[in-house]
Design a protein. Structure first.
Length: 221
């Protein structure tokens, strides 16, 4: 059974239309897309590699790495269409905070991951190779793969708590995929996790989203 959420104004809040919802999502996407020019044009900075970053390139992990994109798309669309107003307000606030922190960090504190040489001619290597050769190598910390995935997982855990195992498993697989494809370091993952959690709780506080779950109330006929 779906989690019931306390509304900001006890169920009397103004309804956000579908059109307004998609405009807000478009705003968030526009901020997040700053990732592309900064990743391509920034120079200098550091590679945030730690001594424990000894993960080999395992090309098959490009599958969960690239599956993130349709996962994000369908997750955001479903949430935009179906979330209650209070949760959606919190979601928008959290996305705005998270994306703003990330793109500010990308611009002021450049970090990068050097491109790796991808060996082999199998399908996975063929997909991973152009990612290393043609995609921007900057904007390593915080990892966009992590903060976007974790933020969505946190909201979906509140929305569909019976699938908690899935909301834990997906970020774990995505984290491993960023390491085994040579796209990120451990510090990038930790930073992405922190940014997502911070955005989630600040967004909830700003939007007046209930910080706890309540039991479903009986229907009154």
């Amino acid at each position: 059974m779906r989690t019931q959420i306390l509304d900001k104004n006890n169920g009397n809040e103004d309804t956000i239309t579908k059109y307004e919802r998609f405009l807000l999502i478009l705003l968030i996407c526009s901020i997040q897309m700053i990732y592309i020019p900064t990743s391509e044009r920034i120079s200098g900075g550091i590679a945030p590699k730690l001594p424990i970053d000894v993960f080999p390139i395992w090309a098959v992990w490009v599958l969960p790495y690239t599956l993130c994109y349709p996962l994000w798309f369908f997750g955001v669309v479903w949430g935009t269409l179906k979330m209650e107003n209070s949760m959606f307000r919190s979601f928008i606030a959290a996305c705005l905070i998270t994306s703003t922190i990330a793109v500010t960090t990308f611009s002021l504190f450049p970090t990068y991951v050097p491109a790796a040489t991808i060996h082999g001619n199998d399908v996975w290597a063929s997909v991973l190779r152009p990612i290393h050769e043609n995609w921007g190598r900057y904007n390593a910390l915080p990892s966009g793969h992590i903060y976007i995935t974790v933020l969505l997982a946190l909201f979906y855990d509140r929305w569909y708590p019976r699938y908690k195992f899935l909301w834990i498993l997906i970020p774990v697989f995505v984290s491993l995929s960023t390491l085994f494809t040579g796209q990120h370091y451990i510090a990038d993952i930790i930073a992405g996790l922190i940014v997502a959690i911070l955005g989630y709780y600040l967004g909830a506080k700003w939007a007046g989203f209930a910080p706890h779950r309540i039991r479903p109330q009986k229907r009154v006929y």
